[in-house]
Write a protein that binds this ligand. Structure first.
Ligand SMILES: *Cc1c(COP(=O)(O)O)cnc(C)c1O
Length: 232
């Protein structure tokens, strides 16, 4: 068994255990394999083992991989997205997890309208209010979502967060819980065209806690594919 298969089995077991502990069903949690910076050959290896959801954070990289890899892969745009790069993502990604500004929403709306499609998006929330992080501040989330809810070619399906880096995943439990509570509050606003079915939260260091706190999508890179080399 290669290291990718071993890692994947390990992660899968841990997701299942977290589901058991929290009374959740395994099929309600999607594992997104974060393949940013990793070669196409490695993605093929993962694909052969079963996963179909992959996450990328650079638009051109997503485009290039989309164009050469099998059609049944579901690509997720998880990273900071500049307006002039939206064109590479709309029509390729099944979901944009990183919607965090009105300007970006306007650009996604325009590209999606041109292509005659509706783009599923998650609103990125800076739940721990870190100055270094992207995303809408939690107290601004309702107004922000209300303001973009009239865009006809965007469908807001939930929230996403990148929790702080920590050695102890328990430290992020309050963040995950806060994101879930925020989604519940937003759902109670009954805003037209908005649903809160997804919570994209949890990475290699803390995905088990995120599952326990209600994540429907976890984004795991290093824990499956190993450390990334950004110099290439
Ligand atoms: C890189 C990245 C991940 C994966 O991080 P790992 O710690 O390698 O699992 C998840 N989410 C986002 C937004 C990322 O940029």
């Amino acid at each position: 068994m290669g290291f990718i298969e071993e890692n994947l089995n390990h992660v899968e077991q841990r997701i299942q255990a977290a589901c058991l502990r929290s009374g959740r069903r395994r099929e309600d949690v999607s594992l997104i394999v974060v393949s940013k910076t990793k070669p196409v050959s490695m993605i093929r290896e993962v694909y052969a083992l079963g996963p179909r959801d992959f996450g990328e954070n650079r638009p051109q990289e997503l485009r290039d991989k989309y164009d050469v890899l099998p059609d049944d892969i579901r690509w997720h745009m998880i990273g900071n997205l500049q307006r002039n790069k939206v064109k590479y993502v709309v029509g390729r990604a099944v979901m944009i997890h990183s919607l965090g500004s009105a300007q970006l929403a306007a650009q996604i709306e325009k590209e999606s309208a041109q292509r005659g499609l509706i783009m599923p998006c998650l609103v990125e929330v800076n739940i721990a209010k870190e100055t270094s992080k992207e995303g809408i501040m939690p107290e601004d989330a309702v107004d922000f979502i209300r303001s973009i809810s009239t865009l006809e070619h965007i469908r807001i399906e939930g929230l996403m967060t990148v929790a702080p880096y920590t050695e102890n995943p328990e430290e992020n439990r309050p963040c995950f819980r806060a994101l879930r509570n925020l989604a519940v509050d937003i759902a109670h606003e009954n805003i037209d065209n908005i649903c809160m079915r997804h919570l994209s939260m949890g990475m290699t260091g803390d995905y088990e806690v995120a599952v326990e706190e209600g994540a429907t999508m976890i984004r795991v890179g290093t824990g499956i594919l190993g450390e990334r080399d950004y110099s290439i």
